[in-house]
Design a protein around this ligand. Sequence first.
Ligand code: NAD
Ligand code: MG
Ligand code: MG
Ligand code: MG
Ligand code: MG
Ligand code: MG
Length: 332
Amino acid sequence: MAELFYDDDADLSIIQGRKVAVLGYGSQGHAHALSLRDSGVDVRVGLHEGSKSRAKAEEQGLRVTTPAEAVKEATVIMVLVPDPVQAKVYEESIAPNLKDGDALFFGHGLNIRYDFIKPPSSVDVCMVAPKGPGHLVRRQYEEGRGVPCIAAVEQDASGSAFALALSYAKGIGGTRAGVIKTTFTEETETDLFGEQAVLCGGTSALVKAGFETLVEAGYQPEIAYFECLHELKLIVDLMYEGGLEKMRWSISETAEWGDYTSGPRVVNDQTKAEMKKLLGEIQDGSFANNWMAEYNAGLPKYNEYKKADQDHLLETTGKKLRGLMSWVDEDK
Ligand code: NAD
Ligand code: MG
Ligand code: MG
Ligand code: MG
Ligand code: MG
Ligand code: MG
């Protein structure tokens, strides 16, 4: 069984007694920096000169300095720059300024799991990963709630690294919702698998294939869009609230019968065999190595895939229809 931790299990004064550097001010960075500050923690944000995020962080009342300076000042360093640049930021700004007894924190385990970053044995290495997008992490905190987090310790130099991680999680509201103890390996592998097989990759491919099947059979793209993409949100909301059972309670008996009989034909043994293959490539490091190679080559295939999907009829149809529904928020 998973070990769960709540507000009463975490001591906020631990993180309040440290100086924290948050490197990066994107989706997660802004949420961590602002909420830690509001929890009475001494925070500085580390951003390179010329970063567009600098003005935003300062406007929101935070002190901004360079990543190197932030690491020098702080004893807890949270790395929230994009995963593919973390190793470079580590080499250039973190490693030269890291001191014995410091704690290095991550919001995702990729660089530690695949050894792109190898911290010295004299520092704590921890993870606090909210299970939700950064903007929700911040909003929930402001509303007195929190997004559940998972926390892990890869290296416990101080002997009290997990208590420090829990304290940090409390500072961003995580222990209000619950923190689950994990490992860098479990978090990294399940996160990559989830986004590839189900949440992003699997869902995008399912929606596109369904849409294309209807349009190729001569149905109107607008009808296909509503059926295969728009309604998905309503179904997922029901699953989120009450699992498959609540979703099936709400849909018609006809839809439920089709769910049981046709779902396993679409996502079948072959699909599951492919999922196992994906998981194998995540576990043996080949996915991470290929992704880093693509990133370092300037993202040629990534940009090709992105462009192809932007021009897909599903997307152009959706853009037009969402424009007519004023309540559907296109804000990023
Ligand atoms: P992001 O892309 O939203 O923001 C990255 C920030 O880093 C920006 O402020 C950018 O200006 C800054 N940056 C870029 N290059 C830099 C450099 N060389 N030096 C200093 N700063 C630089 O990133 P994100 O989505 O918040 O992801 C940060 C981490 O959090 C990643 O490890 C990610 O896996 C993890 N994470 C993200 C989410 C999410 O909701 N997006 C959820 C869970 C975990
Ligand atoms: Mg320091
Ligand atoms: Mg490792
Ligand atoms: Mg994830
Ligand atoms: Mg991820
Ligand atoms: Mg329908």
